[in-house]
Design a protein. Structure first.
Length: 119
């Protein structure tokens, strides 16, 4: 089994920064992409960013381009989401997820970490 644990969430003022971490353990050789998703109250879950573990190719949703940066530390099996210039609309529970070989989507999920942007 693959386990994912997020950390780094919290309360931050508008314009501030946070760095989220997603640490993978278990059968870590079976996944090839890690994604960050978020869900705000009353809204559907949305994809924020993802990264290919092998070649580092990245994706960002338009709302976070230029403000968020996803990166990976292959040796420590950790993916980071650096979030700068945070806005109140970034407030949500952030989840990381892994897409394993043969899966049609992201099939392993972490427990989520709360990010609140408020003055």
């Amino acid at each position: 089994q693959l386990q994912l644990v997020e950390s780094g969430g919290g309360l931050v003022q508008p314009g501030g920064s946070l760095r989220l971490s997603c640490a993978a353990s278990g059968f870590t050789r079976t996944y090839y992409a890690i994604g960050w998703f978020r869900q705000a109250p009353g809204k559907e879950r949305e994809a924020v960013s993802c990264i290919s573990v092998s070649d580092g190719n990245t994706y960002y949703t338009d709302a976070v381009k230029g403000r968020f940066t996803i990166s990976r530390d292959k040796a420590n099996k950790t993916v980071y989401l650096q979030m700068n210039h945070l806005k109140p609309e970034d407030t949500a529970v952030y989840y990381c997820a892994a897409r394993t070989i043969g899966a049609t989507g992201y099939d392993y999920w972490g427990q989520g970490t709360q990010v609140t942007v408020s003055s």
